[in-house]
Design a binder for this molecule. Structure first.
Ligand code: HEC
Length: 168
């Protein structure tokens, strides 16, 4: 029994030491060009879903209509386009240089048109830690959070009046 216990303790120490050496000898990628670590994407996604899945089922309290798309487009253009792209324009230098890469959310990309609107709302409100995705809970009103989320849900079928705002 004692031998097993000693084995477990030594095993844990070796793992901790290996982890420390991996980081301190520069094994951990820190440049944005570096590849993701093994399991990094899986664990980050798992943690995000564990945190938000209970809350994302809520429907939008605002309707998906033209006035809300227009308001959402103004929010998008001012706050989001620098990372998530403008309609018909190439990716910004900021977007190109970030890790993880901010997904382009306007057509021809699919963006989040197939996500629940509550999931997009959650991400915009709370942000995603250690990714560069800001949380807007302190800088946008609740209505604006829903408006920009509705805009992104319908990004592939927006009325003609909304599109010029997304090109700016
Ligand atoms: C400084 C850059 C930056 C800004 C500004 C920014 N985002 Fe993001 N956003 C990111 C990054 C990076 C990710 C990817 C996070 C990840 O990989 O988990 C992201 C992820 C997202 C996602 C999840 C996409 C998916 O496929 O699941 C949504 C939705 C989103 N952002 C919406 C917005 C909205 C709306 C705004 C403006 C109100 C905004 N973002 C502003 C960097 C940014």
């Amino acid at each position: 029994m004692k031998k097993i216990l000693a084995g477990v303790v030594i095993g844990i120490c070796v793992l901790l030491l290996a982890g420390y050496l991996f980081v301190s000898l520069g094994g951990m990628p820190v440049a944005t060009k570096g590849p993701p670590l093994p399991l990094e994407k899986y664990l980050a996604r798992k943690a995000l879903h564990a945190a938000m899945d209970r809350e994302v089922g809520k429907p939008s309290p605002l309707p998906a209509d033209e006035p809300n798309f227009l308001a959402g487009a103004h929010v998008y253009q001012a706050q989001c386009a620098v990372c998530h792209g403008r309609l018909g324009q190439p990716e910004s230098a900021i977007a190109k240089g970030m890790f993880p890469h901010p997904p382009q959310l306007l057509p021809p990309k699919k963006g989040v048109t197939d996500d629940l609107v509550g999931e997009t709302y959650w991400k915009v409100k709370n942000g995603i830690r250690l990714t560069g995705m800001p949380g807007y809970v302190d800088s946008l009103t609740d209505a604006e959070l829903w408006q920009v989320s509705l805009l992104l849900l319908h990004a592939d079928k927006l009325p003609e009046s909304v599109r010029p705002i997304l090109r700016k």
